[in-house]
Design a protein around this ligand. Sequence first.
Ligand code: SF4
Ligand code: SF4
Length: 92
Amino acid sequence: MISKTFKQEKVGCQLLEAGKAQPYAPGTKPQMGPVWDKSLCVRCALCYIYCPDAAISRQEDGYFDADIKLCKGCGICHRECWFGAVSMQEVE
Ligand code: SF4
Ligand code: SF4
């Protein structure tokens, strides 16, 4: 049972415990979503590996992007990127 939505939590860097992203419902429009800065990205794919909803995919140029329809705005990709290449920004 989902007890709260992403809109009731602060974005990113809040999911410090294992399984804490579980209550967030994927498939609804997130309040904030990830944006990549290619100049900082080293294409290590950690963001891709850690996304709990497989919203991230590798693009033709080798960099990554998220399908906002699958993203739930949990901010894990932002948190796990060692290079600061993923920022969370408001989704229009
Ligand atoms: S974790 Fe960061 S550096 Fe690695 S592919 Fe993702 S955005 Fe790029
Ligand atoms: S915020 Fe990042 S890790 Fe979370 S669902 Fe969206 S793309 Fe995946």
